[in-house]
Design a binder for this molecule. Sequence first.
Ligand code: LLP
Length: 446
Amino acid sequence: APVESPSIRRLADWDPTRLESLAQDYGSPLYVLDLERVRENYRRLESAFPDAEILYAVKANALGDVLETLREEGAGLECASAGEVERALAASESAAENGATGANVHYTAVNPPARDLEWVVDAWEEYPDLTITVGAEDTIDRLEERGYDGRLCLRVNPGIGAGHHEKVQTGAAAKFGVPAERAVDVLADAADRGFDVVGIHAHVGSGVSSDQLGDHREFVSRMGDLARDVSEALAGDGDGLEFVDVGGGFGVPYREEDQPLDLEAVGDATRDALGDVDAALTIEPGRYFVADAGVLLTAVNTVKEARDTLAVGVDAGMTTLLRPAMYDAYHPIRNLTAAIEAEQHGASDDERGRETVAQTIAGPICESGDVFCENRHLPVSERTDVLVIGNAGAYGYEMANQYNSRPRPASIVLEDGDVRLARRRETLEDVTRLEREARDSEPSAN
Ligand code: LLP
């Protein structure tokens, strides 16, 4: 049943004492994800889109615990690669053991490497309910060459994009989808060739805010028109269109002053813009489910007076959370140690409260872009303080990497008052393992 839950969990809603003790127990940097919040987010979305098929875009956070939780709630899974399909099928099996039924797994092939197609077509032989969404006509040929004639969906390029940054506006980008004008011909041809044509798909972009709802409406209404054209063209050819997938992209507030999306209004606007179609509405958000369910904990290692700012060095960097470096993305930051001190001393006691100063918080990577914020006003940081970076549940760990030979952090999950390690921290041994294995497997020179 839908639950009453606030539409955004702000950084101030996380208990500083609990978070600081997690950093002490598990070390830092550390990703923390609250699975109950993931469930709440799912239920809120479900009640705003009561008659839609809901898929979770795995790329936002592919942790097995997240996939199992959302499968148990009833979500299907939208995957961007063979690796994500593998995770989705594994999670579906675990969720089935807990009573979830009918794995609805979609693979959205974007310029798919041959290895991905091979792996997915093999998987389809075992899971014939799999849906493959193609974004290029020659992907259909490549599937046919491999003997695939299963469920096929066409990704179209609707020619309209939206989102929080140029780099995540997909709707008009050349690499995504088949121009919408070609869709009817491509699908009629695929149906003739024996594919089970089930849907059309497009994704306008990521991080769509309430002031971009006009673009969202325009985009969905184009999808509605296209669905009607395709249904007409396919009439008499099998069962017609099963679904219209309008992608994901629902934004969440990152700044304190950002207002959360009015989901009910988005749901109504989507239905309204789609109009009458003889096909189910499918949505596939990623960020919305996980962003505010996760935080990143990081410890202060270095504090120094720099030219115009206090330079604060922490143990997380752009290899841990790439979004600020890649999109100039804003993430809220709080000094947990200072917050706990203030609580203990009484927040009104200025004598003991720390002074607020402009700080530039930076990671350990040798790049000037490796900063989480510049000149942000926060209680003055001291060495060994623990900071928390908010809204880190989406596109956080997923974009982490080993640049500068830095091991990736650990991830823990919270559920029903329990804490468990979901993915251990990488070691230096892990960082060099593949190289050592390659050397060891090479026949020796003599
Ligand atoms: N469906 C498709 C086909 C997508 O490409 C994406 C995201 C989604 C669904 C989910 O979008 P969401 O609901 O999460 O906005 N790394 C960037 C976001 C890239 C999103 C790429 N595609 C960031 O950190 O903002």
